[in-house]
Write a protein that binds this ligand. Structure first.
Ligand SMILES: Cc1cc2nc3c(=O)[nH]c(=O)nc-3n(C[C@H](O)[C@H](O)[C@H](O)COP(=O)(O)OP(=O)(O)OC[C@H]3O[C@@H](n4cnc5c(N)ncnc54)[C@H](O)[C@@H]3O)c2cc1C
Length: 389
């Protein structure tokens, strides 16, 4: 049995956390792994798993039971995302968007009516959500966004476009961030429902990464939004950034799952692949690669766990979450690349999950704050000097 829990990480987990992790792991083994390579090749999301994931309580799992959610702690949430991304970053992305970028802002900034209308249905996977922040011309600096919401007699009129939006084309509701005035302090969140006149969400095709995930544009042309669809309890960039904080935390765990998948594949392969009359695992250079991989994975998992404990205690800072996202995604990409070399030519084959994970991680490195932007967030935290501009 390949060694993947080198530091006995499981000993840190409660029986309930272990059980949740195992349920998610079993789900991925039975429902994701058998179909994901084919979905990836065809560039489609396995929509048949959306509701079963809801039935297992994977969406918005830290939110309270009164809204149909599981009320779990952040370690359990992290373990679920770890297991989902062990399957594919696209599956984890679906759950991250639904949970952290759609359910979280509705729960945190929405009216009671909005919560009752959307949260139970989103939790069950009966409704799908997306999050529109990035625009064609504004990615790392969303404060300059061009999308505008103007007041009308009955609510708001939305004009503009969002780009690279996960789940956009299949979403029933889009959480869209737009300026209502001249500067970033006027940014507000709107719930834009599917079918609203003036709203369209064409899918972005021809991707080399996150192929088993739907990515879309959101286009708003004089799109009328009723007053009851504005999120009333937040203004400014704090709204979207607090959502991203939730999602980035999940990504820190998800990256560990991806790395565990590529590491386990490389380890098993190295033990069975014979060259020069012996397993390639017996060569010192291969062992060095494996030793580096499991060391970095183990450190990353402890980092995610510690940040999760701080989060549960209400003490985590955005910069700490940046550190975990930045480190763990870069780690997973490095592990995937090393795993690819251990598999030789087979490393590029869809018979093995390694290159799919590697390509996916190129997106994960960029979205939810690029690696560089998280470097600057940590830099600003330690020096007290912002180097963004
Ligand atoms: C598959 C996928 C799914 C996505 N899903 C969503 C989604 O659901 N919702 C959503 O809103 N967005 C989504 N995004 C968008 C993502 O969040 C953005 O791509 C990301 O924020 C970076 O923006 P950009 O691509 O415009 O790059 P840019 O901001 O143009 O950055 C380009 C390069 O310049 C660097 N750079 C920028 N500013 C600085 C600086 N001040 N100092 C140093 N370097 C800098 C960046 O690090 C990067 O290397 C998704 C992206 C992808 C690829």
């Amino acid at each position: 049995m390949p060694q993947t829990d080198f530091l006995n990480f499981d000993s840190l987990l409660s029986p309930e956390e272990l059980q949740i992790r195992d349920v998610a792991q079993q789900f991925v083994r039975e429902r994701v792994l058998p179909v994901i390579e084919d979905c990836y090749e065809r560039g489609v999301y396995p929509t048949e798993i959306i509701k079963p994931m809801g039935e297992l309580g994977f969406y918005g799992c830290t939110l309270p039971e009164e809204y149909g959610c599981a009320g779990l702690n952040n370690i359990a949430y992290g373990l679920i995302t770890q297991e989902l991304e062990r399957g594919d970053s696209g599956v984890r992305s679906f759950a991250s968007v639904q949970s952290s970028l759609v359910m979280y802002p509705i729960f945190t900034f929405g009216t009671e009516e909005q919560k009752r209308k959307w949260l139970p249905a989103l939790a069950k996977g009966e409704k799908i959500g997306c999050f529109g922040l990035t625009e064609p011309d504004y990615g790392s600096n969303p404060s300059d966004m061009a999308t505008r919401a103007e007041r009308t007699k009955y609510g708001w009129k939305l004009n503009g476009a969002k780009m690279w939006i996960t789940n956009g084309s299949i979403a029933d509701v889009a959480v869209v961030w737009a300026k209502t005035g001249a500067d970033a302090r006027s940014i507000r969140g709107f719930l834009v429902e599917k079918g609203t006149p003036g709203f369209s969400a064409p899918e972005i095709k021809k991707k080399h990464s996150l192929r088993a995930s739907i990515t879309s544009e959101l286009i708003f042309q004089d799109c009328e939004i009723p007053e009851e669809n504005i999120l009333p309890n937040v203004e400014g960039l704090r709204g979207p950034l607090s959502c991203l904080n939730q999602a980035r935390y999940g990504i820190a765990w998800g990256a560990v799952g991806s790395a565990l998948a590529t590491y386990a594949t490389a380890l098993a392969y190295s033990l069975s692949r014979i060259q020069f009359g012996k397993p390639i695992a017996s060569f010192q250079l291969t062992q060095r690669k494996l030793a580096e991989m499991i060391t970095e994975i183990s450190k990353a998992q402890l980092l995610a766990y510690h940040v999760g404990k701080l989060k549960d205690a209400g003490k985590v800072t955005p910069a700490q979450i940046s550190m975990a996202k930045r480190n763990n995604v870069a780690m997973a990409l490095e592990v995937a690349r090393e795993a690819r070399t251990i598999l030789g030519a087979n490393g590029i084959s869809a018979e093995y999950p390694v290159m799919r994970h590697m390509n996916n991680l190129e997106s994960v490195l960029t979205y939810e704050g690029t690696h560089d932007i998280h470097t600057l967030i940590i830099g600003a935290e330690v020096t007290g000097i912002q180097a963004f501009k």
